[in-house]
Design a protein around this ligand. Structure first.
Ligand SMILES: *Cc1c(COP(=O)(O)O)cnc(C)c1O
Length: 360
């Protein structure tokens, strides 16, 4: 067996230990005589798997008791609609920050339901920075403020939280969740597709302050009303049982690494190495302002875009996979989530050095 280094933005690398445990338990989960995939979601085994996954996540993120943890389907993209449907109430207006492609998608969907006020945008700067907070045009009467703490495509990350003066803060943490500690109590809602830092595709996580439940618009589909899901312990209908099981294994793996403080140290070291090399080289470049460079997604360009194909081909040949940048921006992107080992960064830098030397 030869495992490659997977730099995919999502679905992304999973910890090898997690995959090995899943493999070992595939046919017979802990003596139950069947696979987790084959179990009724009403069975005591699945209930235990869900409860443990939730508790481990609560431990990792220090989620306060007045927050509900929901395991859903439909991806972060479905939450782009669920957010206004659940939170607008009688307000009608919501604030959004536009820092990249995922912000734009969230804004586009919210406009179907809400009077959307884009409080700040870095689009004129090609999404290479975050607008200074004192320039934001916040509405004190907005139903909520939505932002994207890590723009997966542009590689732009917030290392601070907006101050909202009581307006619930809503964060699409799809590509940054669990990469470092966050103070959950600052947020009204945190949501994330699982396929970056949580587990396999097919699972979506919502962490919502309980007082925000129960205000969904009348026309809200039952499955999109967070209260329905909260009242039924994420089992109103058949939940993505195997994905929650794998996420639970990832949470236990994260605890074993030392939790999110330890992950932050590792992630900072990995990112600093890669940015450090890119900045020192005159062959590669990263366009993002230094204070807002993502720890998880590192876009970079080559001095000559005509070499992109050769770069990717050579990388593939030595097992450095999925380095092609998003189709909307081009160039390269290395996604270096929790499960991407430090060795992958070292191997990537060694390859980049060699390629630059041969093509400069
Ligand atoms: C990947 C991603 C999404 C889309 O997630 P889906 O689960 O595919 O809907 C949304 N926002 C961010 C920040 C992402 O990284």
């Amino acid at each position: 067996m030869a495992r490659v280094h997977n730099f995919c933005a999502g679905p992304a690398a999973l910890p090898l230990e997690v995959l090995e445990q899943a493999q070992q338990e595939m046919l017979d989960w802990q003596g139950a005589g069947l696979s987790v995939m084959e179990m009724s979601h009403r069975s005591p085994e699945i209930v235990k798997i869900f409860e443990e996954a939730e508790q481990d996540l609560r431990d990792l993120m220090a989620i306060p008791d007045d927050y509900a943890v929901l395991f859903l389907q439909g991806g972060a993209s479905t939450q782009f609609s669920a957010i206004p449907l659940n939170l607008l109430g009688d307000k009608g207006a919501a604030d959004y920050v536009n820092t990249g492609q995922w912000s734009k998608k969230a804004i586009k969907e919210a406009k179907r339901y809400a009077d959307v006020n884009v409080v700040a945008s870095s689009e004129d700067d090609n999404f290479a920075s975050i607008p200074a907070f004192d320039s934001w045009n916040l509405n004190a009467d907005a139903a909520y403020l939505h932002y994207t703490p890590n723009e997966t495509i542009g590689g732009v990350e917030f290392f601070w939280e907006p101050e909202t003066q009581g307006v619930p803060l809503v964060a699409d943490m799809s590509s940054t969740i669990l990469s470092r500690p966050v103070d959950v109590s600052k947020f009204g809602v945190i949501y994330a597709g699982a396929q970056k830092n949580i587990g396999p595709a097919g699972l979506t996580l919502v962490i919502v302050r309980k007082d925000l439940l129960g205000n969904a618009a009348d026309a809200t589909p039952t499955m999109l009303d967070w209260k329905t899901i909260a009242d039924n312990d994420s089992m109103y209908n058949t939940p993505p049982t195997y994905a929650v099981y794998l996420a639970g294994l990832v949470f236990k793996w994260l605890k074993k690494q030392g939790g999110l403080d330890a992950m932050e140290q590792i992630n900072r070291r990995k990112a600093e190495k890669l940015y450090g090399y890119i900045d020192a080289s005159d062959f590669y470049a990263n366009p993002v302002e230094i204070a807002s460079r993502s720890l998880m997604n590192v876009p970079f360009t080559l001095a000559n875009a005509d070499l992109d194909k050769a770069f990717l081909k050579g990388a593939d040949e030595i097992g450095l996979l999925n380095l092609k940048g998003h189709r909307s921006v081009g160039g390269m992107r290395a996604s270096i989530y929790n499960a991407v080992p430090e060795q992958a960064i070292d191997d990537l830098i060694a390859y980049m050095q060699k390629f630059a030397a041969e093509n400069a």
